[in-house]
Ligand binder design. Structure first.
Ligand code: C5P
Length: 397
């Protein structure tokens, strides 16, 4: 089932009569679950209004590279980073030529150069222009850069000609965008992921927990599903939405999470321990709400079992990836954890930096294993998750 849930798509609308179809493409992308932002080139604006695209996308339409106000709110670099995929539909011959030669002559071409997002191009133009050697050479150059070309259809054209050059259908374009996020590198693999914060009760009202939102883990669930894995997700307290294609099992306390993991670990190929599990629980949970008085209150804590370490000790152990949230001597501490827990890789999170990590939509991590020490630069948690899974598939599978 194709999906664009939680995906951020930038659609570039350039100068072709087919631009009148672009609001429908935005709709089809939204139908698959995407959030869409539009860049309208000067040529595109001759065929479709900014207002139409703004109303449909429910976002401000971007069109000017030199707009001081736009740069203050969401400039071209932020837009480039925001996008998980950039789609140009319709792509005019002029825009294709600019992309082919690496120009940054307007907002759209600048965003493309500044982004590491997937790029898809849906050409639409007169059949003779489409056939021309120059256009075909430009498309080949772009294809060789791993860009997806969504071929135009054959048929009647607005100019009266008949031939290939009609923009592909809106639903086909949206589906191609969704397909770009999927591969079968984990097809047939079973992955179990823990995520979110555990909750350790003090009394019926209070508890001990932590700042984990579950967003990093849920991005890993998405990335594994998009690579074809069969994912089981055991989640604690979260402030994010879980993928409905994973088998989602809730677990409150560390003890419950340990039990649920052990019940489900058999036959798993991969275990990713992304949950922020409480190291301690309250030794004697009060049956009734503890009353306030003026005396000091001492709550005795006892250690929880280490889920990751216990999975690593299993006779038929899956490939195990742990997380390490550190504030000092980060690499050194994470390397120790890799060794002590006997896992195959540790994803190191420096949580002393307020710019990313806990509760944020962005993260910056290191992928550490016996042979790898690779930084994954600050980006959306989804893009960081995609990179983690890419390295994992290349190096550990
Ligand atoms: O030892 P520390 O808590 O820093 O290790 C973090 C890693 O271990 C994370 O992957 C976390 O999910 C896992 N962990 C666990 N069970 C615990 C504590 C941590 O699985 N009780």
């Amino acid at each position: 089932m194709l999906s664009l849930t939680n995906k951020r798509i930038v659609i570039g609308v350039s100068g072709s009569i087919a631009a009148y179809k672009s609001p429908d493409i935005v709709r089809r992308l939204q139908d698959l679950g995407a959030e869409v932002k539009v860049i309208l080139t000067d040529g595109g604006a001759k065929f479709i209004t900014e207002l139409a695209l703004q109303s449909i996308s429910q976002n401000k339409v971007h069109n000017n590279l030199w707009d001081k106000e736009a740069e203050l709110s969401m400039g071209h670099i932020e837009l480039a980073k925001w996008a998980d995929a950039i789609l140009i539909a319709p792509a005019s011959a002029n825009t294709i030529a600019n992309i082919s030669s690496g120009k940054a002559c307007d907002l759209l071409t600048s965003v493309i150069l500044a982004s590491d997002a997937e790029l898809l191009i849906a050409p639409a133009m007169n059949q003779q222009m489409y056939k021309s050697n120059a256009l075909q050479d430009n498309l080949n150059t772009i294809k060789n850069r791993n860009v997806e070309i969504i071929d135009p259809e054959y048929g009647d054209q607005a100019c009266g000609d008949i031939g290939q050059g009609r923009l592909a259908s809106s639903s086909e374009i949206a589906e191609q965008v969704a397909r770009k996020f999927t591969n079968n590198k984990l097809t047939g693999k079973k992955v179990l992921i823990t995520l979110g914060a555990t909750i350790e009760a003090i009394d019926p009202v209070r508890y001990i927990s932590n700042h984990s939102s579950g967003k990093m883990g849920s991005a890993l669930v998405d990335a594994c599903i998009e690579s074809g894995a069969d994912v089981t997700c055991i989640y604690g307290n979260i402030s994010t939405i879980l993928n409905n294609r994973s088998n989602n099992i809730s677990a409150n306390s560390a003890e419950q999470m340990h039990t649920k993991v052990m019940q489900n670990i058999k036959n798993q190929d991969v275990f990713i321990a992304c949950a922020a599990v409480s190291d301690y629980r309250v030794k004697n949970i009060a049956h009734d709400k503890i009353k306030k008085d003026n005396l000091d209150l001492t709550i005795e804590l006892t250690p929880n079992k280490d889920i990751l370490a216990d999975v690593c000790k299993l006779e038929e152990k899956p490939i195990c990836i742990g997380f390490a949230a550190e504030t000092q001597n980060t690499i050194e501490n994470a390397q120790k954890k890799l060794k002590n827990k006997a896992c195959d890789a540790i994803i190191l999170n420096d949580v002393s930096n307020d710019d990313f990590g806990f509760n944020s939509d962005e993260n910056e991590v290191y992928f550490l294993s016996k042979n790898i020490n690779q930084k994954i630069a600050k980006n959306s948690k989804y893009k960081v998750a995609k990179k983690i899974i890419k390295i994992f598939i290349k190096e550990l599978l």
